[in-house]
Design a protein around this ligand. Sequence first.
Ligand code: PLP
Length: 385
Amino acid sequence: MWDVDGNKYCDYYNHGALFLGHAHPVVVKAVQEQMALGGAMMGDHNEFQIMHSNKVTSMVPCAEEVRFCNSGTEGTMYAIRLARTYTKRKKVAKVAGHFHGANDQLYVAVSPPFDKPQTGGVPGECFTNTVVLYEGDVEGLEKAAKQNDLAAIICCFVHGSGGGGIQMDIEYIKALREVTEENGIVLINDEVITGFRLAPGGAQEYVGLTPDLAVLGKMVSGGIGSAGGFCGKSEIMEMANPKIPGYERWERATTAGTFSGNSLSMAAGYAALDLIDKAEGSLNRHANQLGEKAKKELNQFFEEEKIKAQAVGTGSMISVYFTEKPIKSCYDLEATDKKALYRYHLWLVTQGVYTLLGKNFYISAVHTEEDIDYLVEKTREYFKG
Ligand SMILES: Cc1ncc(COP(=O)(O)O)c(C=O)c1O
């Protein structure tokens, strides 16, 4: 990637949307061909939408059906609407520290203080049906499920931006699955970042646990935008079927949008996922291995030099944090030295390593061992001069 002054960067930023890197020839070709045929707006269903639906349902474990929308935020909104329609319940639980886009009802308990909204302009009433859970607190989870009539629990099995790429404790993920099953609650895994990245089937394949619904974004349209979707069990997804017999309009979930499933995003998404699918996990394994290499070599260096920093994360999503205390969950990130992190990231940017300041490094399928060597070398240089 180059800036306007001609400086060259190795990009680990892009909000984690570019698992195949910038301008991958397969995606470029699909976009060019579709533009020449008529662009994005067909108004109705299109061939790529069908091909892409079949591709997503063949790749993502929970996906018996899929619907597309225009962003991850929309995807979380629709997934919750579906869960509420299906269960005929109101309340929704989220896990503190998890980010699900700018969706009003979930824009609380994202970063500390967890009892405050993440933004202005969202009245407190928006959160009256939102219950906050805490990662690791199985007792609290069981209590919340018994005390509230929960329609859904939404979470990220593996954290994206701001959560360090850290996987939730597997015992807590299993508890989420058990408690939701026992209480008829829809378990939604937000795979906006992890989808098609950690494995062809996303975090649910990587972790080995299938939710009822998953939210998709970013790579679902090959990283070109208008990227969103939600998928899962047919009996829940069918609540979004406008032709569902015997249901009044207000008894089913409306999930339509002008550019939802548009032919351009579908063509790009299909081309990208087809590539990932046909590689049978090798692209995902490549990126994950590079992530593990970076983590290992950075941690070796921090240990050797007694630098109070740690590289953490899962597969191709890694982060560095400045602290002595072991980082086990997203809650350990708050007490880390943010200024030191910004200074480190800013230095990297000046050296041609492009990162989202203070957040994750997103490693793609087209990064190389040499790219990771350069990141480690520049980190050494930063600390040793
Ligand atoms: C886990 C997660 N969910 C939802 C979203 C929102 O997606 P979008 O920015 O496409 O609305 C994001 C965005 O980064 C995300 O990381």
